[in-house]
Design a binder for this molecule. Sequence first.
Ligand code: PBG
Length: 320
Amino acid sequence: MSTFPATRLRRLRRTGALRKLVGETRLDLSDVVMPLFVSPEALANEALPAMSRHTVDGLVREVDRFASSGVPAVLLFGIPEAKDDEGSGAWIDDGIVQQALRALREHFPELLLLTDVCLCEYTAHGHCGVLSGGEVDNDATLDLLARTSISHVEAGADAVCPSDMMDGRVGAIRQALDDGGHEQTPIVAYSAKYASAFYGPFRDAADSAPAFGDRRGYQMDPANVREALRECELDLAEGADVIMVKPALPYLDVVRAVRERFPVPVAAYNVSGEYGMIKAAAARGWLDERQAALESLTAIKRAGADIVVTYWARDLAAWL
Ligand code: PBG
């Protein structure tokens, strides 16, 4: 191999066209998913616009602003009118996400409608499953997650995304979908979801902070990566079609490990705290939001993600 001066790596960095020609990773609008919050009452968030809550009508207007720009998919989160111990707002036929799905399906036939399947926004105690003896009861929760999934698909969801981290949920959901004649509906499993401090802004937006304790009894310990591979392996064995790592930036090594181990589509969720940190720093003039966001999202793809869930999806359409 030749070295300097025959070799000059700067030659291919000289112009934008050259850099683009040899670029190894491309951020593409067709790989991003925009999360959105729907609730009976709107609640604007000026500092973090993507964390705003929309009514069903407002959601249709919001999606209308970017649907034609090439963002292929949205991921819906619901904040129900009322919460109870079982999170019934998650699966009732006229639940807020179900209403949103029907409205979006009608207005945007081409848009991919993904839904987050979890009980934490719907339970009065804010945990991701039903409680028994002060703990989240894994097996009793599975049936409710399966009911929620069926209800979303019947209302128009193209794929369901279980994010609760119960053991066996992918299998329970797959079985219920198949029994209901929805064997063609994919499951995008939040397989390696960590008990992270970076969900802070989301929990305000979704009103889903646990009323007591934390989620470390079901979400993963940030120290672990081998365990993430086991989670992915089990989810795939249970029928997951896409596996997800969440959060993204502090876990790029996990994205890479999952990418190398499994020949399936890998998603990464660039979560609310990752979005919030850049927004806050940009508001202080400490960094440029667009550049920092593009760099972050490119890094997530470089680590091996095929799909990136990001609160910048809508802005990306204008940036790219
Ligand atoms: C659970 C869920 C959470 C997020 C997505 N799904 C929060 C949690 O586990 O507490 C976080 C997303 C984000 O921070 O952007 N329903």
